[in-house]
Design a protein around this ligand. Structure first.
Ligand SMILES: Nc1ncnc2c1ncn2[C@@H]1O[C@H](COP(=O)(O)OP(=O)(O)OP(=O)(O)O)[C@@H](O)[C@H]1O
Length: 719
């Protein structure tokens, strides 16, 4: 090596050594990072082992659970073990260094899942580890990967998603075959959620992990929301509704709810009310009794869908029938990815009211509300004709999902103003996102590499949603306290009753005086006018009595018109006298009424004074139980959601309640959407009109017993 070159090299070496010396933390930082990652991995491994000892049989040994970037790649390569996760060795170079570089871009670990899995139970330390001491709780976020569809396999789709340890989701971006520059580059992104469900997860598992705890809280009088979120065809409706063989969260939750209600029927009285609505093209519609669009109103309780039907349900079967009816009315449309794509957001709301008496015979009323939301999926479409109905639907769906993402952003950033008002959906979800509610979000994703963009978006927003904090979920409770009275109070009440009696006697005397006065006046008047005046009693008697008396009298009565004196002047005089008398009677009656009123007011005042006195005395003394008299005091602990007493089965409730809003600028775009070119403008239909699809696991909406009849009739609608 020439001297100059050697000296240069030595200089470089020196420089780097000097640099290392001047920045001693550099190496340490890296080591720390590596150690932290290792620690996280070990923690997760030990947690999964602790929680699921059976897992040992299926999962790798604990030491293998250490974080190794090749894990995903290796698992990708093991086509025999996981045929869905297709990994093409010839195309990808398994460049670990590259993968390493992108690994951990999103590794912000969520808090230990043993803790975060517990839902907020208000003060609930006794209910388990309430994961935040700050009074609020985080939205629980779960991810569910659906299996690869038959069509997708036929199209040569490759699996780009892998779920490991029931928590970690690895998303692989396959490079384009024609992109020679990046051909050997592999990008893997890593996300962590409260729980992640691989394609083999059963509906029951999904339900019990996501919604089981939440339902318990609802029965106790708290609010809960579950919403499914994801691209079209990602499995939202499957997760929420499911099939006849594999019922989804909605069905399992209802079954569980009635089971819990039956269990508790000894402690009190439960009532279950149900409503089902959809938001289609920014209009809110009642799915249980379709009609005109509903208007969202804001009242003290938040946003309510005025006129929404609420059915009282007594059994699971009844709810199933209602769900079936609702789903038949739901708007669906075949899309590129899904034969029965839901084009609307559907919200099933179940209100559980629980009434019981405590030891002191106080009536305790608790109202819990469970909202189960199946969002419409957005579609990254090959848009050409922008004027079709489909494109309008897509635009509205994406608008509301965009509004949802803006709200998520604002909530995550802790902004004061959350733009709920930007769409009907966000108005309705206000409670679930920012209110006092236990909220669960299930992000559904497809394994196909053709849906990479949508999957990435879904995972991104799900990852953001993890940071949303909701208010501590309190119990919606109202207590009607029965206060027992002591002997003093009883005495006071007796005195009051005595007083009341005296006042009544006085009133009767006054009335008597008035009548006497009236009679005298009438008598005087008659004496002055006519030699044969009509008796006061005859004037005071009602017309029927008067006729009876008249019958007894001779026909030449003053009122009969056949006067005993033939002169017309005399007759006129008599008539005038009668009129005058009648006027006097009227005036006297009015006077009597006025006096009665005055007297009543006087009595009321006296009563009130006495009552005040009674109350002040009562507050001075501690009430004793078991005495003869009781009064009722109403204390509202929190009645924000209390529905009115519902006697009838069907109640049109203008005050039916959902969550609510505000306005703002969106932070960043949510779905990169272009709008589909609909084959026909006239093909919008409800689920009842969707023809059956030949699938392995047909949607519950297609089952004859559950939802759509197997008819191929189509309704043509024009907008
Ligand atoms: N976990 C799963 N197991 C088996 N099949 C599934 C699963 N998830 C979804 N599918 C199937 O995938 C297809 C699309 O699912 P689904 O209709 O639930 O999607 P979606 O997200 O509701 O779509 P859209 O938003 O368009 O309504 C259906 O045929 C469904 O049966």
């Amino acid at each position: 090596m020439p001297v100059s070159t050697r000296s240069k090299a030595m200089m470089n070496h020196e420089q780097s050594r000097r640099q290392e010396y001047t920045n001693p933390h550099q190496g340490l930082k890296e080591k720390m990072r590596a150690l932290t990652l290792l620690y996280e991995q070990q923690k997760r491994a030990s947690f999964s082992l602790r929680n699921n000892p059976n897992h040992l049989h299926h999962s790798p040994k604990p030491q293998d659970l250490r974080f190794k970037p090749h894990d995903v790649l290796d698992s990708c390569k093991k086509g025999d073990k996981d045929p869905n996760f297709a990994y093409d060795e010839t195309k990808e170079n398994n460049n670990v260094a590259d993968a390493d570089r992108v690994f951990g871009t999103n590794t912000a670990p969520v808090k230990s899942s043993t803790v975060i899995r517990k839902l907020s139970m208000g003060n609930g330390a006794e209910k388990g580890e309430n994961f935040e001491a700050c009074g609020g709780s985080r939205i629980m976020v779960f991810v569910r990967l659906r299996p690869m569809g038959k069509k997708e396999r036929e199209n040569g789709s490759r699996c780009c998603v892998k779920v490991l340890n029931r928590r970690d989701v690895y998303l692989t971006e396959f490079t384009n075959d024609n992109d020679y520059l990046r051909l050997k580059r592999l990008r893997v992104r890593h996300f962590t959620f409260d729980s992640s469900f691989p394609e083999t997860t059963t509906q029951r598992e999904v339900y019990s992990t996501t919604t089981g705890d939440l339902l318990e809280a609802v029965v106790e009088g708290r609010n809960g929301s579950v919403f499914c979120y994801g691209a079209t065809g990602a499995g939202k409706t499957y997760t929420m509704l499911g099939t006849m063989e594999n019922p989804g969260v909605m069905v399992l939750a209802i079954k569980d709810l009635f089971a819990k209600v039956r269990e508790r029927s000894l402690d009190g009285n439960h009532t279950v009310h149900l409503s089902y609505l959809e938001v289609y093209n920014e209009t809110v519609r009642d799915l249980l009794s379709p009609g005109r669009p509903l208007i969202l109103r804001e009242d003290k309780q938040g946003i309510v869908a005025a006129g929404l039907t609420q059915y009282r349900a007594y059994s699971t079967d009844e709810v199933m029938a209602l769900l079936q009816r609702g789903n038949q009315n739901r708007t669906t449309e075949p899309t590129r990815c899904n034969e029965t794509s839901s084009r609307s957001h559907a919200i099933l709301q179940v209100v559980v009211e629980y009434k019981t008496r405590d030891g002191s015979m106080n009536i305790i009323s608790r109202v819990g509300k469970l909202s189960l939301i199946d969002l419409a999926g957005s579609e990254r479409a090959i848009a050409t004709d922008q004027r079709t109905l489909r494109s309008l639907e897509g635009a509205n769906i994406n608008r509301s999902l965009l509004a949802l993402s803006s709200c998520i952003n604002a909530l995550v950033e802790g902004k004061k103003h959350i733009p709920y008002r930007n769409s009907k959906l966000t108005q309705l979800l206000k409670d679930s996102l920012g209110g006092s509610c236990n909220t669960v979000m299930i992000a559904n994703i497809s394994p196909s590499n053709h849906s990479f963009g949508e999957t990435q978006n879904t995972l991104h927003w799900a990852d953001r949603a993890k940071e949303i904090r909701v208010k501590g979920c309190e119990v919606n409770e109202e207590v009607v306290v029965q206060v027992s009275e002591g002997p003093d109070q009883a005495k006071l009440v007796l005195e009051l009753q005595e007083e009341n009696r005296e006042l009544r006697v006085k009133l009767a005397e006054q009335q008597q005086k008035v009548s006497t006065l009236e009679a005298e006046t009438l008598a005087d008047a008659n004496n002055n006018i006519s030699p044969t005046p009509p008796s006061i009693s005859s004037l005071m008697t009602p017309p029927s009595a008067l006729t009876a008396q008249q019958k007894k009298k001779p026909r030449h009565s003053l009122l009969s018109g056949t006067c005993f004196t033939p002169e017309s002047s005399k007759r006129r005089k008599a008539e005038d006298a009668v009129k005058e008398l009648q006027l006097t009677v009227k005036a006297l009656k009015m006077e009597m009424e006025r006096m009665k009123r005055e007297h009543a007011v006087q009595m009321k005042k006296q009563k009130e004074e006495l009552m005040k006195e009674l109350c002040s005395k009562k507050s001075e003394k501690t009430p004793e139980r078991g005495k003869e008299t009781t009064t009722t005091r109403r204390i509202v602990t929190r009645g924000s959601l209390r529905p009115k007493e519902r006697e009838k089965e069907l109640i049109k409730s203008p005050s039916h309640r959902f969550a609510s809003p505000a306005a703002a600028a969106k932070k960043r775009s949510f779905w990169d959407i272009t709008v589909a070119n609909s084959p026909s403008l006239d093909r919008r239909k409800t689920r009842s009109h969707v023809p059956p699809v030949n699938q392995e696991a047909p949607s519950m909406l297609l089952q004859p017993g559950f939802a759509r009849p197997r008819t191929t009739t189509t309704t043509h609608m024009r907008h």
